[in-house]
Design a protein around this ligand. Sequence first.
Ligand SMILES: Nc1ncnc2c1ncn2[C@@H]1O[C@H](COP(=O)(O)OP(=O)(O)O)[C@@H](O)[C@H]1O
Ligand SMILES: [Mg+2]
Length: 242
Amino acid sequence: MRMPPVSAFHTTAVWAARYSRLLGIPSCLLKPPRRGDISLFKTTAQRDKHMASIQDGRGGHTRGMTAMPKVDGGVACTATLEVSVASPEEMEETGAFFGADASGGDVVLLWGDLGTGKTCFARGFVRARVGDPGLAVTSPSYLLDNTYEVADEDLTLHHMDLYRLQGGTDLRVLGIPGVFETCVCLVEWPDRLGATQPVNRLDVHLTAVNEEERILKFIGHGAWWTGVVEDFQEARRTRKLR
Ligand SMILES: Nc1ncnc2c1ncn2[C@@H]1O[C@H](COP(=O)(O)OP(=O)(O)O)[C@@H](O)[C@H]1O
Ligand SMILES: [Mg+2]
C-alpha cells in the first residue's frame, strides 16, 4: 500500500495546518513532505491507526464504523461548507479534490434528487483516485454497486446507488458494513442505509438551482474529513480551485 500522493496536499501551509491539527503538534515543528516523499507514515494502515487513536483517544480502530469522531470540549469534530458548482466539469473537479487522497475506510454519502450530479461527483472522485482521467464511471443504478481497483494497491473503490434497493433487503448482500471499514465507498441514496451510516464520513448534499448550477453542502464528520473539507475551503479561497 502507498500513501496518498503528496501533490494532493496542495500547499505546504495547508499540509502543515492539517497535520498539526491531527497530530497535536505546532505546525512550525512539522517538516513538510517533498513531492514524491511519502514518509509521514509508511503505510496507510499505520496512518489510519494513528489517526483513529487521535480521534477516539484509545487507538486501534479504523476510521469507519468503529471510530468515534474526535470530541473537543464536548463538540464532535465536524466541518460544514456550502459552495456553488457551475458546470458538470467543475463538479468532476470537485469530486477529484475529495478523491485524490482517499484510502480504505473513507465513506462518502451523496444526498440529493435525481439529476443533481451525484454520479458526476463520483466520476471525478474515482478517476482521481484510480489515476485514469478517461475511466468510464457510469451510474450503478441497475447493478447497485460498481467497483474499481487501484493498480498496485490493495484498494477497492465501491460506487453504490441504493435507489432500487428493495425495502427490507439485507445490506450484507452488498458487503455492508464490512466494505465501509476496508474500502473507499461512495453511496448514492444513502437514506437506504438507515442506522448503518458510518460515524466518520463525508456527507455531500446536492441541490439543483437551475439547469447548470448546483449547490453542494459538505459536512465532514471526524478529524480526517473535517481536515479535507477545510483544505477544500482553503483551496477555493486561494483560487487553486473555482
Ligand atoms: N453543475 C452541474 N454539476 C453536475 N451535473 C450537472 C451540472 N449542470 C448540469 N449537469 C447535468 O446534470 C446531470 C447530472 O446527472 P448525474 O450526475 O447522473 O446525477 P445524479 O447521479 O444525481 O442522478 C448530468 O446530465 C449533467 O450533465
Ligand atoms: Mg446517479
